[in-house]
Design a protein around this ligand. Structure first.
Ligand SMILES: [Zn+2]
Length: 406
């Protein structure tokens, strides 16, 4: 199949005017000007006055909470929010969560996301989920401040998590939740399993001022809350959240770290001391960041250090939409120095690199998976990235794994 569009944004070179992409099975086999690609023969499907671009990759999401839009008003503190969401979670059952996951997938797809990193809190849901409608990395959330294996359903779900699913769209990963809920030894177990099964690893780090105060200063509302849950607090009052995890070997350069809002000069010095490509990837969630009123995210400083930066939505419990276009516009407001192309890199090639899928996802290049979307365009080629970022309507045409979604 050959697809023709007014423009093609490959994320692997300059945009191509009057371009075409040839697809065979679930892979892209050629991309270039229409005359060149069509010379090989075969029917051409003209997509019209649109730009064809890679499907977007959401590097941080919790589909479990997709029914919680506006459910928790802006919290007094991060700890108060954690307590409120925990109470809300206890009022819901498996059917509620399964409906939430379905809703979340539909909303992601509506806004042109074809791949998602989803943190899954409830392994017991896995046997009840069919094949995923989008390319999904199911990150098994790991916590050890309390015993998680509470029933046969949870055991069955945990096993189902790692069983090969008969669907090329589903993948597994591991996610120790955060340094305040997961011990260093649990992180080290995740590293061992990640290496053994080539699974990606992600975690929340340095998200809030309260997490920072707990580790660096040994005090604050999160410290008190965790101490009351009988978490061993001997690791507090010593180091920053990022410094603690890094220096104890809990995380390394192949991790994808969510948030990283609270970083000190020592943390930046540590990142600067790493060899090129040796720093972990970081995912920033602009809408959730604004909701919690976190310390400003140092996008430019991290970018200048060569850190691989991605954009995610987090969950609908702390952001208003699962649209990555909306998140990119938010990021463009806080960091107006970023070009539209740089913004788009954070939801295409950068998360592909974080998932070790460079050349496979997030770009239109021979050999890549055929995950594509279209956005209407009317302007010049020079402004096509800007037109994409400013797009505010649902995506009308999506191809996933070589199949046009109906
Ligand atoms: Zn999260």
């Amino acid at each position: 199949m050959i697809l023709r569009a007014r423009a093609i944004v490959t994320m692997d070179g300059p945009p191509i005017a009057n371009g075409a992409v040839a697809i065979e099975g679930n892979r892209i086999i050629a991309v270039g000007p229409l005359a060149e690609v069509a010379a090989a023969g075969g029917p051409v499907l003209d997509l019209g006055e649109v730009v064809l671009l890679p499907g977007l990759i959401n590097a941080h999401c919790h589909l479990d909470y997709s029914m919680m839009r506006n459910a928790i008003s802006r919290p007094k503190s991060f700890t108060a929010w954690v307590q409120q969401i925990n109470a809300l979670k206890r009022s819901l059952d498996n059917d509620d969560y399964l409906a939430a996951i379905r809703h979340g997938f539909a909303e992601l797809r509506q806004w042109g996301t074809t791949s998602v990193c989803n943190i899954e809190t409830f392994p017991e849901l896995m046997p009840h989920l069919g094949p995923s409608p989008l390319r999904t990395w199911w990150f098994y959330e790991m916590i050890d401040i309390r015993h998680r294996i509470t029933s046969d359903d949870v055991v069955a779900g945990a096993l189902a998590f790692f069983q090969h699913r008969e669907n090329s769209l589903d993948h597994s990963g591991l996610s120790p939740h955060a340094p305040y809920t997961a011990s260093v030894s649990l992180y080290q177990l995740a590293n061992t399993c990640g290496d053994a099964f080539a699974m990606p690893l992600t975690t929340h780090v340095a998200e809030s001022r309260e997490e920072f105060a707990m580790f660096r200063d040994g005090c604050g509302p999160l410290y008190d809350f965790m101490a009351a849950l009988q978490r061993p607090m001997g690791d507090c009052g010593k180091d920053t959240p990022f410094g603690l995890l890094w220096r104890r070997g809990a995380i390394h350069g192949r991790w994808l770290l969510a948030h990283m809002n609270e970083l000190t000069e020592d943390d930046f010095a540590l990142l600067a001391s790493l060899p090129p490509g040796g720093a972990p990837s970081i995912v920033h969630c602009p809408g959730s960041h604004r909701y919690f009123e976190h310390t400003p995210f140092e996008f430019r400083r991290l970018h200048d250090l060569g850190v691989n930066l991605c954009t995610g939505t987090d969950s609908l419990a702390s952001t208003r939409s699962l649209s990555l276009f909306e998140e990119l516009r938010s990021l463009g407001k806080t960091d107006p120095w970023l070009t539209a192309e740089q913004l788009l890199r954070t939801v295409t090639v950068n998360p592909a690199r974080a998932l070790r899928r460079r050349g496979q996802l997030g770009q239109i290049t021979p050999g890549a998976l055929a995950d594509l979307i279209t956005v209407p365009v009317s302007g010049k080629l020079a402004t096509v990235h800007e037109e994409i970022v400013q797009h505010e309507l649902p995506i009308a045409w999506t191809m996933l794994d070589g199949q046009v979604l109906g």
